[in-house]
Design a protein around this ligand. Structure first.
Ligand SMILES: Cc1cc2nc3c(=O)[nH]c(=O)nc-3n(C[C@H](O)[C@H](O)[C@H](O)COP(=O)(O)OP(=O)(O)OC[C@H]3O[C@@H](n4cnc5c(N)ncnc54)[C@H](O)[C@@H]3O)c2cc1C
Length: 435
């Protein structure tokens, strides 16, 4: 049986950051990862002729995020601003100068005045319930579903207020060689410091008592350590114990599992469609949109697959589609072929191009439904009204032996992000080193 100071389950950003910080401090660490790759919800794909550094998972650095940017600086990894223009399409036509959500300032003011946390749906019903507010209500619901990938009936108004008051739309960036270069840096550092990362190691059982853990994989391998960091996604922790990827604790940690189940985990489907040429820049689109869409970054529509973006400011014929929240959850059982058809139909409706023509122009597609990925089971966390309490309990760990790390444990404004995961990994490592 292999032994170490600490076992880390999950080699995503949180697990690898914790592994790096512990390795740096001279600790012996074993990382066990279910997939045959590191990175988790960071998954950059590259081919010779298409999908160069295309991101199936995380893609943007959403603002001046200190932990991410410091790590990239330390690793000497280049990143660039993601510029471009936001284009709107609604009710069958391109629309100019229409705010995504009208009266946003009034909405934020009402949120700032809120004294008791309630779901955003309840907040809207209470403060914007009348027919005259239908557009605001629909806009917020779509935004919470689409961007936060959350269920508005569960998402905390306080957490969204915190996020919206700290948004920095002007500072979106992409990593030039893809987010995986950051993951590779962390993994290489751990290995360089003498530690190991075992891939294709699906953990299904943790036996523990004070200062002693035995971790078992589905292949029957057993690893022993004084402590364990559980760095698997919230969606997997919430899974039924019979589900692939689920981990059983002996003795059970009922209070922690209850806290985990009180937190929110969203749903997402991401569509990568690479075309022979950027058809949205053509003269035909100019007739529809009133201008050539050569600077288009984001396209927000009311189609079935509503959100699309280009690789602006880079020249590229890759279009990325995004469907989040309850509408993505509802498509859990759709086949890839059905999803592709819906994506092309949405583009066909917007650009008035026949689906068959779009198909003929399509070089490659990769559609990933993260909700059906057994080792993720959703998109990223969102705060419910109960999340703050749950996080406090989980942050405390169990008997100085079981610790948790992951984006869902972060309580700053960049919730659900890579920054959140890295921060959590860094914090948990520090906690172990302080013991
Ligand atoms: C489609 C999509 C787009 C996103 N876009 C952005 C973005 O633009 N910017 C941004 O900042 N964030 C984005 N995010 C969020 C970001 O990717 C995550 O918040 C972050 O990567 C989570 O890191 P983590 O380490 O907490 O979890 P993960 O990356 O999920 O890592 C957990 C690891 O645990 C492993 N695991 C699971 N079960 C087991 C088991 N039983 N045994 C062993 N290992 C197991 C998994 O395989 C995985 O590798 C996006 C997420 C998605 C899904």
């Amino acid at each position: 049986m292999e032994t170490s100071d600490t076992i880390i389950i999950g080699a995503g950003a949180a697990g690898l950051m914790a592994a790096y910080k512990l390795s740096e401090a001279g600790k012996k660490v074993i990382v066990l990862e279910a997939r045959n790759r590191t990175g988790g919800r960071i998954h950059t794909i590259s081919h010779e002729s298409f999908f160069k550094h295309a991101e199936l998972g995380a893609e943007f650095i959403h603002g001046d995020l200190p932990v991410t940017l410091n790590l990239l600086k330390e690793a000497n990894i280049a990143y660039s601003p993601a510029g471009g223009e936001m284009v709107r399409y609604a009710k069958g036509q391109f629309v100019e100068d229409e705010a995504l959500i009208p009266n946003w300032d009034i909405l934020l003011k009402k949120l700032d005045d809120l004294e008791r946390d309630v779901s955003i749906d309840e907040f809207l019903q209470t403060h914007f319930g009348g027919d005259e507010f239908t557009v605001i209500r629909d806009g917020v619901i779509k935004y919470v579903s689409g961007y936060d990938t959350a269920d508005p009936k569960k998402a905390s108004s306080f957490a969204l207020r915190n996020e919206w008051n700290n948004e920095d739309d002007d500072a979106q960036r992409r990593i030039d060689d893809g987010y995986c270069s950051m993951i590779n840096y962390l993994a290489d550092k751990c290995k360089g410091l003498g530690n190991v990362i075992y891939l294709s190691s699906v953990v299904n059982r943790v036996d523990w008592k004070h200062a002693e853990v035995k971790v078992t994989t589905t292949a029957g391998e057993v690893y022993q350590a004084k402590k364990v960091i559980i760095a698997i996604p919230l969606g997997v922790l919430q899974a039924d114990k019979k589900d692939k990827g689920a981990v059983e604790f002996h003795p059970p940690i009922k209070q922690q599992l209850q806290a985990i189940n009180n937190m929110g985990f969203g749903a997402i489907i991401k569509f990568l469609l690479e075309f022979k040429y950027a058809f949205w820049e053509s003269g035909d689109t100019k007739k529809l949109a009133g201008k050539r869409l050569t600077d288009m970054a984001f396209l927000i529509s009311d189609e079935k697959i509503p959100t699309w973006w280009t690789q602006q400011p880079k020249n590229s014929a890759l279009l990325t589609g995004w469907l989040g929240g309850p509408p993505a959850e509802a498509k859990k059982d759709n086949t890839t072929e059905e999803l592709l058809q819906q994506a092309l139909q949405s583009l066909s409706n917007i650009f008035k191009i026949d689906v068959e023509e779009l198909k003929a122009n399509l070089i490659a597609s990769n559609i990933i439904n993260w909700t059906t990925e057994p080792f993720t089971r959703g998109s990223y966390s969102y705060d419910t009204v109960a999340s703050a309490e749950a996080r406090k309990l989980l942050d405390a760990g169990v008997d100085d032996t079981i610790f948790f790390a992951g984006e869902y444990l972060y309580d700053g404004p960049a919730m659900g992000t890579v920054e959140a995961a890295l921060t959590s990994g860094q914090n948990v490592a520090q906690k172990l080193l302080n013991l």
